[in-house]
Design a protein around this ligand. Structure first.
Ligand SMILES: Nc1ncnc2c1ncn2[C@@H]1O[C@H](COP(=O)(O)OP(=O)(O)OP(=O)(O)O)[C@@H](O)[C@H]1O
Ligand SMILES: [Mg+2]
Length: 390
């Protein structure tokens, strides 16, 4: 019942009579209205008192007008729902205000019952908005808490298994060693998933820290590829590397780049059948840069990308089921996984490629996937430093 709410409403109008009459009406309806007669008094009240649920804001006022007040409230991330009051003929301006965050508008002269309905509606929307934001915050806190609480014990588990595997507690035969390694690999998979999730959230919040420096990416790719050669062989998969013989200097964050390549190779390993092949390819292009011709039309290039005189093309391809054409663009979206039919048991959360895309974009590069004839190829183009050897 509205008569029990006593919620605070601010009425802002330089026409005192209208403000007073509206105030009396709203008071009768059970609200706690306060009146001010100009824009700067409104800002003081709304920003410093903070507990107004709705403000009824006249557009045309001398001094600070309603539109300016609205913009300042938005900039101050004020929670109060704003209903603009405008004279007839000023509706376009009112619509503009709604685009700038106003909840509603009403044209003068108006019936008080009409205003009351709008106030109730604005309050309901505001409550929904606040509840949704609160829920989102709780969800984020929960994910963060869960991620940390999962990661710490997992790291301890990996450490303990490693001690046993290394023979520190007694001799371990080859078969036992393989089982222990496979337990470590599975734990590492979960740790990677948690790291991806936490970092994607940091990217989205603009809080990721990237220590970008020039690195020889041939060295980094070789390092990651070597880690995957053994499990590939174990699964009966041919593992081929075709890398530029000289160093290629690229501005990347070393750990993030290693994770990107690790995510791509982890996928290749998951989605290649026994007897299949994984190929890692990394070369430099200059001059006419034929590698640019492959870029799909839906990819947005970073500004000035085409002005780079030297570009590195890194690709990870694998045989398997391939990826349907209509999925090529979407598999980089968070939590996207294709159907689990036809293949080996696949673990994962659908986050690895999202991480890859966000990280590659931070290196001013592009990433996409191509797929044909039961083969997928993930391609990354990165601007390459001009002081590479020619
Ligand atoms: N090399 C590949 N061959 C075929 N399909 C792939 C390949 N890489 C990715 N995919 C498809 O894209 C989906 C998304 O990949 P992504 O790496 O984001 O998630 P995931 O591997 O399922 O889980 P996570 O990386 O979080 O452990 C995969 O589930 C799979 O369906
Ligand atoms: Mg993955």
């Amino acid at each position: 019942m509205r008569s029990q709410t006593s919620e605070k409403i601010l009425i802002v109008d330089d026409e005192h009579e209208i403000a007073r009459a509206l105030g009396l009406y709203l008071e009768d309806a059970g609200y706690a209205p306060a009146l001010v007669f100009d824009g700067s008094a409104a800002l003081d009240a709304l920003i410093f008192e903070k507990d107004y649920t709705v403000v009824l804001l006249d557009i045309n006022m001398p001094g600070l007008d309603g539109v300016t007040v609205l913009k300042r409230l938005q900039a101050a991330e004020c929670d109060t729902a704003v209903i603009m009051m405008t004279g007839r003929g000023n509706e376009n301006l009112a619509v503009e205000c709604m685009k700038n965050g106003a909840e509603d508008y009403i044209s003068k002269p108006f019936a008080f019952e009409d205003m009351l309905q709008r106030v109730e509606r604005a309050q309901a929307h505001r409550r929904e908005r606040i509840e949704k934001r609160q829920l989102q915050r709780e969800k984020e806190d929960f994910i963060l808490m869960l991620s940390h609480d999962l990661k710490n014990p997992l790291t301890a588990v990996i450490g303990s298994i490693d001690i046993v595997k290394e023979g520190c507690l007694g001799t371990v035969n080859e078969e036992q060693g393989e089982y222990l390694q496979s337990a470590i690999d599975s734990c590492n998979e979960v740790v990677t998933m948690i790291d991806n999730l936490l970092d994607i959230r940091k990217f989205e919040a603009g809080k990721i820290h990237m220590a970008t420096h020039q690195h020889n990416i041939i060295e980094l790719v070789t390092k990651v590829a070597n880690q995957f050669a053994r499990p590939a062989k174990h699964d009966g998969i041919e593992f081929v590397t075709d890398l530029e013989t000289e160093s290629l200097l690229v501005e990347v964050d070393k750990n993030a780049f290693i994770r990107v390549v690790g995510n791509l190779l982890g996928n290749a390993l998951k989605f290649t059948h026994e007897g299949g092949t994984i190929t890692v390819n990394c070369h430099r292009f200059r001059g006419d840069r034929p590698c640019l011709l492959d870029i799909p039309a839906y990819i947005t290039l970073p500004p000035d990308f085409l002005n780079n005189t030297c570009i590195v093309r890194l690709s990870v391809s694998n045989t398997g089921n391939g990826i349907p054409l209509d999925e090529l663009e979407h598999i980089f979206d968070r939590f996207t996984q294709l159907s689990r039919k036809n293949g080996r048991e696949r673990s994962g959360a659908g986050l690895g490629l999202t991480y890859c895309k966000l990280a590659v974009e931070r290196f001013n590069g592009v990433i996409w996937v191509e797929s044909k004839e039961q083969q997928s190829e993930f391609v990354i183009l990165l601007p390459c430093s001009s002081n590479n050897h020619t």
